[in-house]
Design a protein around this ligand. Sequence first.
Ligand code: URA
Length: 214
Amino acid sequence: MRSDFPNLFVFDHPLIQHKLSCMRDKTRSTMGFRQLLREIALLMGYEITRDLPLTTQTIETPLCPMDAPVIEGKKLAVVPILRAGLVMAEGLMELVPAAREGHIGLYRDHETKRPVEYLVKLPDAEGRLFILVDPMLATGHSAVHAVDVLNRHGVKDSQIRFMALVSAPEGVRTFHAAHPDVPVYTAALDSHLNENAYIVPGLGDAGDRLFGTK
Ligand code: URA
C-alpha cells in the first residue's frame, strides 16, 4: 500500500507483471490478450481472497472424521462492469466456481459524459462479499457509479473490493474521494490520463482488444 494512495494495493507478483507487459504489447493477438487477462484475474483473485474468514465443517475422510477448514459465510459475488469486466470475471469464476455472478452495464452519455445504467442484475446482498471488476480504472466515474449502484441494492462499502488491471492516479483519487473505504486492487498504477481519457502508457481500449472490435 502507498501512503499517497491509501487503500490502493498494487500487486508486484512477477507473474502478474510479466503477463501484464505481454498484454500491453500492441502486437498481442485478441486470443492472447483475453487469455492473459483471465490468467491475471485468477492470480489477483488469489491474493484478494487471502483474508477470507474460515470456519470448520465436520467431514469424513476415508480414514476418519475431521473438522476441516471451509470458507465461512455466503458465497462470494463477482460483479463485472460490462463489457470489459466480463473476461476478468471469467478468471475469478475459474478460481471460485461457486461464486454468484452479477452484472452492471453502463454506457457513457454523450452530453453529460457521465455513466448511465442499462443493465443491473445482482445476487442478494446480505452478508456477502462483492468483488467488482473492470480492467481499466481511468477517470473513475464508472467505478464510482457501479459502487453507487451496489449501495442502492443494499451492499455496503465494507462488503466491496474493487479490482482493476491498470489504474490511473486520477481515477484512484476520484474513486477514493467517493468511496474511501472500498479497497482498490490493481496490477499497475500508470502515469496519467491523456486528453481522450486513455491511460498512459496503458494498453489501449481494453474492450476492443478483448473482443476484437473497433
Ligand atoms: N478504458 C480503456 O479501455 N482504456 C483506457 O486507457 C481507458 C479507459
